[in-house]
Design a protein around this ligand. Structure first.
Ligand code: G6P
Length: 607
């Protein structure tokens, strides 16, 4: 977590750093800070809370200097106060950090014994104090930094500047991403290439365990042993312009409205318009013989994976295991040799998913990732990437990236089914047609806003909400409940509809609304019975269904949200959008900070 940035240059650093932090705020917004070198001395400004607070501080007390570092924080060790805000350091060195130094307690005790005086509760300060001690012992900055890196356990992306060294910045990475940007007579470090996009397109990514000595004219890179390593500069394709809200109240509202476009763009990449068949890029493995697929991801991306599992199992008849990444890597499931690890991530940087990717690879699996950021660590470490064409997603809670992931997974299930001979040509045609109908159907959902607003009024009053769904709609319920928790702070639980009677039914009364996602079809009657059971206990039922389902449940549901008729294969995608819209409408009623909900961050780069 946290975003870091640094510059060694010839222009005023603070405005550049501040602008880059704006592009990194998705990584955390508990506090922010900037340090620069002013006549050889380290000066810093910090503020608790969102970046705008730092902006106010900088306005009152500008920070001159052409070399500097900046940070936006998602607190791990130490409360989100100004005192714990990065940069950390002494009058010799200043450090910004993304990650967790796992041996910080042991290092702190050792450093205190040596007389170093700490002023924060953070793990990061141990890095600054250790470098400071090395400098005091007479080491040169690069030697001091390298000696420090050798002592660190855990995950880090670091940037440091040194008093009296206006032409020097040191960066290092281990388990957290760090990009080096090459400008004209200026050089940059940043957590990602998006942060650096307005400054330069020429980017080199540090490999895990490597570190870089950056001057105004270039960078030297070294491995953990201190041996020089080549620096491979690539051209980034990311947009450098500001990403606006285009007249919408929130990025979330804008991104919800982008669903039809994003689904269309993503499908366009995967479906040949002439043959109307799914076309995958050349695969480095054979889908016909892959014995098993292991799907893993975090948050919403995992729910996309659960729906993907449903499709892969039903259409391609391939065994699929799905587990959240933070569990999978420690569960050590027996993996079939030559199996396929299927990773799903918007950012391509989520620490747990990345760690799972590496453990799947170590377990002899091929690695296929569904990613929205093509220039991410996971992209570089995968055998094959299937892109979601969602564009930058700014709201912390994922919406359009989720449906883009589903669009890719649906195509993957079709291609796998064809390869394995489980899909007839007619069935493939039918499923592809259902997918091609999706953008239009998704656009129709915005007509449901009045009904969703009525449902939102009921949910906004509640302290707890129960979400139910069955089959591929159980993950839809999970997504709806997660979105509600994230952006409205209302407690919500999602259950497989059939499981309700095994516990959660005890919660149901007039104060606990039950939100269900249940289109008509094969599983409808079963779910309808569960909903009747909830209704019989006084539950207020808000039902997302289709016209046929609505006709059946008219008298049972308090609120019906009638989605356009859709093929059972693609209905989960439409229902996901609808439950996301509900969460958004509730958030509007609650007046919460929709795009940057408390305690969350978009790209979670700590385990
Ligand atoms: C965070 C975000 C979620 C996201 C999850 C996984 O928790 O708040 O919206 O689904 O991370 O992120 P990824 O980038 O791997 O999809």
């Amino acid at each position: 977590m946290c975003g870091i940035v640094g510059v060694v240059g010839s222009r005023e650093a603070a405005p550049l750093l501040f602008d880059a932090l704006r592009r990194l705020e998705y990584r955390g917004y508990d506090s922010a800070g900037i340090a620069t070198l002013l006549n050889g001395h380290i000066e810093r400004r910090r503020a608790e809370g969102k970046l705008d607070r730092l902006g106010e501080v900088l306005e009152r007390r500008p920070l001159p200097g052409v070399t500097g570092i900046g940070h936006t924080r998602w607190a791990t060790h130490g409360a989100p106060t100004e005192g714990n805000a990065h940069p950390h350091g002494t009058d010799r060195v200043s450090v910004v950090h993304n990650g967790i130094i796992e041996n910080h307690a042991e290092l702190r005790a050792e450093l205190e014994e040596c007389g170093q005086v700490f002023s924060t509760e953070t793990d990061t300060e141990t890095v600054a104090q250790l470098v400071d001690l090395n400098l005091k012992l007479g080491m040169a900055p690069r030697e001091a930094a390298h000696a420090c890196l050798k002592r660190l356990n855990g995950a880090y992306a670091l940037a440091m500047i040194f008093a009296g060294q206006p032409e020097l910045m040191i960066g290092a990475r281990h388990g957290a991403p760090l990009a080096v940007g090459f400008g004209e007579d200026e050089m940059f470090l940043g957590s990602d290439s998006l942060a650096l996009a307005p400054l330069t397109r020429r980017i080199a990514y540090l490999r895990d365990g490597d570190w870089a000595v950056v001057s105004r004219s270039g960078a030297e890179m070294f491995d953990a042993a201190g041996e020089p390593v080549p620096c491979e500069i690539r051209q980034s394709a990311l947009p450098g312009g500001a990403i606006g809200k285009d007249g919408y109240r929130h990025y979330m509202e804008k991104e919800l409205h982008e669903h039809p476009l994003v689904i269309g763009q993503t499908l366009q990449r995967m479906i040949d318009p002439a043959t109307r068949r799914v076309v995958l890029p050349e695969l480095p493995f054979d889908l016909r013989t892959v014995p098993r697929i292991t799907v893993t991801a975090c948050g919403s991306a995992f729910y996309a994976g659960m729906i993907g599992r449903w499709w892969l199992e039903s259409e391609a008849r391939i065994p699929v295991d799905a587990d959240v990444a933070s569990e999978l890597r420690y569960r050590e499931p027996p993996l079939a040799q030559g199996g396929l690890g299927l990773l799903i991530s918007q950012s391509g940087e989520t620490a747990d998913t990345l760690a799972a990717l590496r453990s799947l690879r170590a377990g002899g699996q091929h690695v296929l990732s569904v990613l929205n950021v093509a220039e991410s660590t996971m992209a570089r470490e995968s055998d094959l990437v299937l892109d979601t064409v969602a564009g930058p997603e700014i709201c912390v809670a994922s919406t359009k990236a989720f449906t883009a992931q589903l669009s890719v997974l649906a195509c993957l299930a079709i291609a796998t089914g064809r390869a394995r001979g489980t899909l007839t040509e007619a069935r493939e045609e039918e499923l592809v047609q259902a997918l091609l109908d999706l953008p239009g159907r998704a656009a129709e959902l915005f007509a449901l806003q009045p009904a969703i607003r009525d449902a939102a009024a009921v949910v906004a009053e509640a302290r707890d909400v129960l979400y139910l769904g069955r089959g591929a709609h159980f993950p839809v319920a999970l997504e709806g409940a997660l979105k509600l928790k994230e952006i409205t702070y209302i407690h919500a639980e999602a259950y497989a509809a059939g499981e309700m009677k095994h516990g959660p039914i005890a919660l149901i009364d007039r104060t606990v609304p039950v939100v269900a996602s249940a289109p008509s079809g094969r599983l409808f009657d079963k779910t309808a019975s569960n909903l009747q059971e909830a209704r019989a206990r006084g539950g207020r039922l808000l039902l997302f269904t289709d016209p046929a389902g609505a006709a059946r449940m008219e008298r049972v549901a308090e609120q019906l949200i009638v989605l356009p008729e859709a093929h059972a294969f693609t209905a989960p995608i439409l229902h996901s959008i609808a439950v996301q819209m509900l969460a958004y409408e509730v958030a509007l009623l609650k007046g919460t900070d929709v795009d940057q909900p408390r305690n969350l961050a978009k790209s979670v780069t700590v385990e």
